[in-house]
Design a protein around this ligand. Structure first.
Ligand code: DQA
Length: 149
């Protein structure tokens, strides 16, 4: 069974109360529960972690090489600023899918560029919590085809 590390970046611990008009009312726990349920249907395993710190996210990615087959990542604002996170993804050579709750291309100009996209298999944004579920489906399918068990 393929195992996927789900990484939630900075401020995503506030989901539910954080700008609900942009990010919706679902909490991080709701999203993780929906991911775990879908993972069972897709016969993959998800383990979710949230961090507000760029360095900690880099370390989570490094540690994942010992147990994970892929990454599902919403790097929050680090998407637009971090070089270390895409470097880590590239360094460990784990396939990654980037997700965002909001449509970053329909928002402020500083959100239009993602440093992560270059090192990811693909990106899904704009569907609220469904972005994570669509991302998980895409990643499970990618793993099944690329690394059949
Ligand atoms: C986000 C979009 C980012 O621009 C923002 O900084 C976030 C959340 C999203 O999921 O829509 O923190 O990644």
């Amino acid at each position: 069974m393929h195992t996927i590390l789900v990484i939630h970046g900075p401020n995503l611990n506030l989901l539910g109360t954080r700008e609900p008009e942009i990010y919706g009312s679902a909490t991080l726990e709701d999203i993780n529960a929906r991911l775990a349920q879908l993972a069972r249907e897709l016969r993959v395993e998800t383990r979710a972690r949230q961090s507000n710190s760029e360095g900690e996210i880099v370390s989570l990615i490094h540690d994942a090489t010992t147990w994970a087959d892929a990454l599902l990542i919403n790097a929050g604002a680090y998407t637009h600023t971090s070089i270390a996170i895409p470097d880590a993804i590239q360094g460990v050579r784990l396939p990654a899918v980037e997700v965002h709750l909001s449509n970053i291309y329909a928002r402020e100009a500083f959100r239009h560029h993602s440093h992560l996209s270059r090192v990811c298999v693909g990106q899904i944004c704009g569907f609220g919590p469904n972005s994570y579920l669509l991302g998980l489906r895409a990643l499970a399918d990618f793993l099944a085809h690329t690394y059949p068990e």
